[in-house]
Design a protein around this ligand. Structure first.
Ligand code: ZN
Length: 361
């Protein structure tokens, strides 16, 4: 899942729903799902269902248009992007071009990262990832999306910018957070230390692989609104409890009131400078609010799916691979250092992440 660019229209469609959810307790959110299911079958709402049918007509959404064999090794699925998938990406990221699949040391970086993923991520990727491809000018580092078979079972495709193989973990994270802010010559600097032992690609793959797991296992109620629509179409039974989001999220992009900190709505990532909404002088204010939230990064506060992808990524990097994770804001020669993984509100969420390490289905 990328940061919402392709689903702007859908987000607008859901704006009314999100506004409602903001005012409901979590249990009522589940009740709302059931109500919505009933409402969707009413004649006046068939336009909603036809939207997902229209999406499903895209050749990039249909498993039959890909070569997929779950018996093959995941490494062998590193290949050039499927032509339908590439055409779809180019419909909204016009500068994107296919890249040659990585070879030599770059391919080894990919293989090493796959082997370092948590057991659950590896198992679900083996079963459900159709292809892992590389492109130029993707606009962000990684992107995961869904494909369905004729019965509505979900599979995934993963696309990475070839530049994602070039940097360290710290460089990846520092580039990402700085992409939120316009440089206003305020002299403020943001640094992130996540060690230099592992490739940035490992962090990016950890994040994207969590989206794959979430698409299949529904750790959040739905990764993105289209999955909610798919669920309605194919009769998916929403659970009555989603512990990961309980008390923290009212809707997929609506945190509980106490965690919806000022300027959160203005966060943008990987956008051109003229499309960014925040200046560097506001960075200290925004980052200073993180310790009052259960979010492990600014990126995590953008939606429940990104929240899961981020906390599982940093959990693996810090708790399993023993890497540091600090955010430092330097302002007027003074440094303020944040340790998001030591925040008790973040720590309280670790038990849900432990499921990524269960070796049996
Ligand atoms: Zn993501």
């Amino acid at each position: 899942m990328k940061d919402h660019i392709a689903i702007c229209a859908l987000i607008n469609h859901f704006a009314g729903v999100r506004a409602m959810l903001r005012h409901l307790e979590y249990l009522f959110l589940i009740a709302f799902f059931h109500t919505a299911c009933l409402a969707q079958s009413a004649p006046q709402d068939t336009a909603t269902l036809s939207w997902i049918d229209e999406v499903l007509q895209g050749p990039e959404r249909q498993l039959k248009n890909y070569q997929f064999d779950p018996e093959t090794s995941i490494e062998s699925r590193v290949k050039k992007p499927n032509e339908h998938l590439l055409a779809y990406i180019r419909s909204f990221e016009h500068a994107t071009e296919a890249a040659q699949p990585p070879t030599g040391s770059e391919l080894q970086t990919v293989i090493d990262a796959i082997k370092m993923l948590p057991p659950l991520s590896q198992r679900i990727m083996d079963e459900r990832v159709i292809e892992i491809s590389f492109v130029k000018n993707l606009g962000y580092n990684g992107w995961t999306d869904w494909v369905v078979d004729e019965n509505g079972a979900i599979y995934c495709v993963m696309v990475f910018d070839q530049k994602a193989l070039d940097f360290t973990l710290s460089e990846w994270l520092e580039g990402r957070i700085n992409s939120c802010f316009k440089n206003d010559k305020s002299g403020i600097e943001i640094e992130i230390d996540c060690g230099n032992r592992y490739s940035g690609f490992l962090g990016i793959l950890l994040h994207e692989a969590t989206h794959v797991v979430d698409y299949i296992e529904n750790i959040t109620p739905f990764v993105e609104p289209s999955i909610f629509e798919l669920g309605l179409k194919y009769g998916h039974q929403f659970r009555e409890s989603y512990p990961f989001v309980k008390g923290i999220w009212y809707g997929n992009a609506s945190p509980a009131e106490e965690y919806n900190y000022p300027l959160r709505d203005s966060l943008t990532f990987y956008r051109p400078v003229d499309q960014r909404k925040l200046y560097l002088k506001e960075a200290a204010l925004v980052i200073n609010q993180l310790p009052s939230t259960p979010f492990v990064s600014l990126y995590a506060s953008t939606s429940w799916a990104e929240d899961l992808a981020e906390i599982s990524t940093f959990y693996h990097l810090t708790q399993k691979l023993k890497q540091p994770y600090t955010i430092t804001v330097i302002e007027g020669g003074e440094s303020t250092v944040y340790h998001p993984m030591e925040n008790p509100l973040v720590d309280a969420r670790f038990p849900v992440i432990e499921r990524f390490y269960q070796t049996e289905p």
